[in-house]
Design a protein. Structure first.
Length: 577
C-alpha cells in the first residue's frame, strides 16, 4: 500500500508509523465518518498484527506521544484509530500554492520518473468506420495515457491497427467483383459497403469465402496488385480515423498495423518450436495450454495463414526491445480476456521475465438505446456522427444561456461541451460495467455528467472575472485566516485529495476514480458557493476585502483542479457555458 499523496494524510501515517516502529506505508489512512471526529483516521490494525498488541492500546500510545506539528494540529484516539486534525492554515496555504503558483502542480510529477508504460488502445480494423463502440477503448486508453504522463511516466500511446486478416482478402475480392465507379473517390463508406455486401453474398454462396482466403494468401505472399489495393484501403481508413481522433484531441506516439510484424513471424515461430512449445492440432499450429484449462493459442491455420495471436506475440516482443517498458497495457474489451490469458501465458513460457508486466485492461459494452451494434450486418452507429450530434445538441443549449456569445466562441464551446459529454459518459462508471447511452443523461448539466463538471468550472471562471482576478498567481500567497467556515474547509480538504485520486486511477487503470472525484468535488463546491444565497456574509464576493481575497483564492484553486481533472479525462474546460 503506497503512502498517501496528500501531504497531510502522509504526515499522519508517518507519525503513527514512526511512533510504533512500523512501516507507515502499511497503515491505512481514511476519512473519519463525521467531520467533528477529525480529518484523517489512521488504523492501527497492521501495527497490532506486527507487534502483537491490541489496536486501541497502540492508538493510546500514539496519542501520548503526539505533539502538534506544522502540518497536524491535533490527535485523538478513537478505539483502534488515531484521528488527526490538519493545521487549517497550513493546508489552505498548501492548496493555494500548489494550485496557483506559476509552474506548480497539485499532483506530484515524479512518481513515474524513469519508467515507461506502453498503452495499446483504440486499435480499429482498417476499411471499417470508427463505430461508436470504439469509444470505450479510445477514451479509456487516452485517459490512462494522460494520467501516467501527469505522474511523470514516459508514455507510448500505441494504435495497433487491425490491417492483416482474412477480412482484408475478402475486401479485395469484393472490390474486384464490384469495383466502385472510377469517377468517385474511394471512401471508407464505400469500403464498408463492399465488406457488408461480401458477407451477405457469402451466406448464399459459400465459395466466396475461398475467394477471400485466396486473396489474403496473395496479400501475404506479396502479390503487387493485392498489396497496392490493401495499401490504398489502409490510407483511406487512416485519413478518417485521424480526423475523428483530432476531434477527441488524441494523438499516438506509435501507429503500427499487424502487417508490420509479419516479417517477425518466422522468428517467433522458430523460437516457439525450438522451445518445444508448439504442436499440430487438426492441421493448425498451436501452443497447447491444457494445463491452464484454456484452449491453445492458434499460431497458423491449416492453409498456412498466420493469425493475430502470432502477430501479438511479435508485437509484444518488439515493444520490449523498442521501449523497455515497465508496464504494457492492452485496453481491449472484456470479450478478449481469453486471448490475453493465452498471449501472456505463452510469453511467460517463452522464458520472457517481462511477461508479468503485460496487463489486459478490460471494459464492458457500450449500447445506444439498449442495443449493441454489429458492423458485419451493416447496422453500426458511427462515432463521428455521435460526436457531431453531441456538438449540435450542445450548441442550442449554449446559445440559449449565452445569447451574446460570438459565433466562434459558441462553436468552440458547443464542441467542448458536446464531445466532452460523450467522453465523460464512458468514463464516469467503473470500466468493467456496461454503459447505456441516453442523450438526456449524457448532456445534462445536473447529475453524473461531464457538462455538470464543466459548468462548475465555468461558474468559477465567471466569479473570478467578476472579482477582477486576471492573474490567479496573485492569489497563491493569500492569507487564509478569514476562512473559518466548515463549508470552505470541506472544500479545501476535498482539493487536497486530488493527487490521491490521480494515483489511484493510474495504479488501478480506472479513470473512474478521477471522474467520481470531480463529481464529489463539484458537490462540495456547490454547497459552499450556494451558501451565500441565504447568507450574504458567506458570499465569495463579500464586502470584507480580506475574506473576499481568501475566498477567491479558494475558488481559483477549485477551478484549477477542475480544469486539471477534466484534462486528464480528455475534456476541455470552458470558461462560459
Amino acid at each position: 500500500m503506497p503512502l498517501p499523496q496528500s501531504l497531510f494524510a502522509r504526515a499522519a501515517a508517518v507519525f503513527v508509523g514512526e511512533t510504533l516502529g512500523v512501516d507507515p506505508a502499511e497503515l491505512p489512512v481514511s476519512t473519519p465518518p463525521r467531520a467533528e471526529m477529525g480529518d484523517y483516521a489512521v488504523g492501527c490494525f497492521p501495527a497490532a498484527r506486527a507487534l502483537g498488541q491490541p489496536p486501541p492500546a497502540l492508538a493510546a500510545r500514539v496519542l501520548g506521544a503526539f505533539r502538534p506539528t506544522p502540518l497536524l494540529a491535533e490527535a485523538r484516539a478513537a478505539g483502534p484509530f488515531v484521528n488527526f486534525r490538519a493545521d487549517r492554515a497550513a493546508l489552505y496555504r498548501h492548496v493555494f500554492r500548489t494550485s496557483l503558483s506559476e509552474g506548480a502542480s497539485p499532483v506530484a510529477t515524479a512518481i513515474g520518473a524513469g519508467k515507461t508504460v506502453c498503452i495499446d488502445y483504440s486499435s480499429p480494423n482498417i476499411s471499417k468506420h470508427l463505430a461508436y463502440h470504439h469509444i470505450r477503448s479510445t477514451v479509456i486508453g487516452h485517459a490512462l495515457a494522460n494520467l501516467h504522463r501527469t505522474l511523470g511516466y514516459r508514455v507510448v500511446g500505441i494504435n495497433h491497427l487491425g490491417d492483416w486478416r482474412t477480412t482484408h482478402g475478402q475486401l479485395i475480392a469484393a472490390y474486384k467483383r464490384w469495383p466502385p465507379p472510377p469517377d468517385q473517390p474511394l471512401t471508407i463508406s464505400a469500403l464498408n459497403h463492399l465488406y457488408v455486401r461480401f458477407n451477405q453474398e457469402m451466406e448464399a454462396d459459400p465459395a466466396l469465402a475461398e475467394e477471400g482466403r485466396a486473396w489474403f494468401a496473395r496479400l501475404e505472399q506479396g502479390d503487387p496488385e493485392a498489396r497496392a489495393l490493401w495499401q490504398r484501403f489502409r490510407d483511406v481508413s487512416w485519413t478518417e480515423f485521424d480526423a475523428v481522433y483530432g476531434e477527441l484531441g488524441i494523438h499516438f506516439e506509435e501507429v503500427k498495423g499487424e502487417s508490420e510484424f509479419e516479417a517477425d513471424i518466422p522468428n517467433v515461430l522458430g523460437m516457439l518450436r525450438d522451445l518445444g512449445l508448439t504442436a499440430v492440432s487438426e492441421g493448425a499450429l498451436v501452443v497447447p495450454l491444457d494445463d491452464l484449462n484454456i484452449p491453445p493459442l492458434l499460431l497458423r491455420k491449416q492453409d498456412g495463414a498466420t493469425l493475430y495471436g502470432t502477430r501479438d506475440l511479435a508485437a509484444a516482443m518488439y515493444r520490449m526491445r523498442a521501449y523497455d517498458f515497465d508496464r504494457s497495457l492492452y485496453v481491449v474489451d472484456r470479450g478478449q480476456s481469453l486471448h490475453f490469458k493465452q498471449l501472456f501465458a505463452v510469453l511467460e513460457r517463452m522464458g520472457l521475465d517481462w511477461a508479468c508486466r503485460c496487463v489486459h485492461v478490460p471494459f464492458g459494452l457500450v449500447r445506444i438505446g439498449g442495443k449493441k451494434t454489429r458492423s458485419r450486418a451493416g447496422s453500426i452507429v458511427l462515432l463521428k456522427d455521435v460526436l457531431r450530434e453531441a456538438a449540435d445538441r450542445s450548441r442550442e443549449r449554449v446559445r440559449e444561456e449565452n445569447p451574446d456569445m460570438s459565433e466562434a466562441t459558441l462553436e468552440r464551446t458547443a464542441r467542448a461541451v458536446g464531445i466532452g459529454a460523450v467522453v465523460f459518459a464512458n468514463l464516469v462508471s467503473q470500466r468493467d460495467k456496461d454503459v447505456d447511452f441516453e442523450w438526456e443523461d449524457v448532456l445534462s448539466t445536473k447529475g453524473d455528467s461531464g457538462p455538470y463538471v464543466q459548468y462548475a468550472h465555468a461558474r468559477c471562471s465567471s466569479v473570478l472575472a467578476r472579482g477582477g482576478i486576471t492573474a490567479v498567481g496573485d492569489l497563491a500567497e493569500a492569507d487564509p485566516t478569514p476562512l473559518t467556515g466548515d463549508l470552505e474547509w470541506a472544500l479545501a480538504r476535498a482539493l487536497s485529495d486530488f493527487p490521491d485520486s490521480v494515483v489511484k486511477a493510474a495504479d488501478s487503470y480506472e479513470p473512474h476514480f478521477v471522474s467520481r472525484y470531480l463529481l464529489d468535488l463539484c458537490a462540495v463546491y456547490s454547497r459552499w458557493y450556494t451558501a451565500g444565497n441565504t447568507d450574504a456574509s458567506l458570499r465569495v464576493l463579500t464586502d470584507d476585502p480580506a475574506a473576499r481575497h481568501a475566498r477567491l483564492a479558494l475558488l481559483a484553486a477549485t477551478r484549477r483542479v477542475l480544469s486539471d481533472g477534466l484534462a486528464l479525462l480528455g475534456l476541455d474546460a470552458p470558461d462560459a457555458m
